[in-house]
Design a protein around this ligand. Structure first.
Ligand code: ZN
Length: 361
């Protein structure tokens, strides 16, 4: 059972409730990324304590390793992970633009190469859904064709047409399971519009906007995103894949996006960067050597309650990896706080002020 209710609106921004079976979560929602089965450097319990109720993992990677036979012994991906929240599974379409993953695409299937042992696997849209069903995914995604960023219209047109065909095939076998359709079309508005209209006809539970934030100029990305969001039905969740900075998330929320995922906050934590309401802190910089303050004054995360910038700076200088974990915890806490503040602002009708404060137009 899947339900989606709009609770509050402020301009195009909205707070909604998404109910999936016995689980529910509010949007705007950020999904930490657990591609290989873990959100890097943080435990499920820590994530839950911060307030994350949903994550996204990658069905294709789970199929390669540990393999469905291992996960099915546990009954579900939730039991295998030890995480009881909502699990979205990406189909693997995005892996097509990752170096070395994709061997070949034909009308009927894609052939992927496992990065773990170089074995080759034929994945059809139907089989992609079967994998996600066998994992007991809460929210599945269609197998789409995500080409690299290009201005080559014919190339994108071909990928878009096949994405639509594959979306139909995914929908046919998904039956009652929750399934979001992924829209492609590159930077071409007519293709975006055609793909969106065709996918709406299939009546998915939600719509993901794919094929953006993959190397195109930012202003082009926003132009296409805005165009694409406006074509979507209001009463279904809208998911923008692959964006994770505070500024981008707020801007997307102002356009009407509900769900995000990105490795951005966790990846940058491992590269010495912490995010705060007053900008970013690159902790290995000399200016933090004597800094007795926490990463962010007033932040109630485990890291800020217990550690100073000077100590984190020291750990980074002597290559003690604990600081990467501590920055990961802070960054995810920061993003959760940002979304909580955003929800409050939308509920009370002052979301514009948050945008102004963060300098977002
Ligand atoms: Zn903190």
């Amino acid at each position: 059972m899947f339900e989606f209710k709009i609770l509050y609106e402020d301009g195009n921004a909205r707070v909604c409730k998404m109910i999936i079976g016995s689980k529910s979560v509010e949007t705007p929602l950020f999904l930490p990324v657990a591609t290989k089965g873990t959100v890097k450097l943080i435990t499920w319990k820590e994530l839950e304590e911060i307030g994350y109720k949903a994550i996204i993992t990658n069905a294709l990677i789970m199929y390669f390793k540990p393999g469905l036979d291992v996960i099915e012994r546990f009954g579900s991906i939730h039991k295998f992970f030890g995480f009881n929240g909502i699990i979205f599974t990406d189909s693997g379409g995005f892996q097509m633009i990752r170096q070395g993953f994709l061997e070949k695409i034909s009308e009927n299937y894609a052939i992927f190469k496992s990065p773990f042992d170089n074995s080759k696997h034929k994945i059809s849209p139907e089989f992609s859904i079967e994998i996600q069903k066998r994992l007991k995914s809460d929210v599945m995604l269609t197998l789409d064709i995500c080409p690299e960023y290009t201005k080559d219209y014919e190339k994108i047109k071909k990928a878009t047409m096949l994405t639509i065909e594959w979306a139909k095939r995914c929908k046919t076998v998904a039956k009652d399971s929750t399934l979001f359709g992924i829209i492609q079309g590159g930077i071409f508005k007519d293709l975006r519009e055609y793909c969106t209209r065709e996918l709406i006809k299939l009546d998915f539970d939600g719509y993901a906007i794919g094929g953006l934030s993959i190397g195109e100029p930012k202003e082009v990305m926003y132009d296409i995103l805005k165009f694409n969001v406006n074509l979507l039905p209001k009463d279904k969740p809208r998911y923008f894949m692959g964006l994770g900075s505070a500024e981008d998330i707020l801007k997307c929320i102002s356009l009407g996006i509900d769900i995000f995922d990105s490795a951005f906050p966790t990846r940058n934590a491992r590269h010495d960067t912490a995010y705060t309401f007053h900008g970013k802190i690159i902790i290995n910089r000399a200016k933090y050597k004597y800094d007795t303050r926490p990463l962010e004054e007033g932040c109630n995360c485990f890291t800020c309650r217990n550690y100073t910038r000077a100590y984190l700076h020291h750990l980074s200088k002597v290559n003690e990896f604990l600081y990467k974990r501590l920055l990961t915890i802070h960054n995810l806490f920061f993003l959760k706080r940002l979304l909580d503040e955003t929800k409050k602002a939308i509920r009370q009708g002052y979301f514009d002020e948050i945008l102004k404060e963060m300098n977002i137009r």
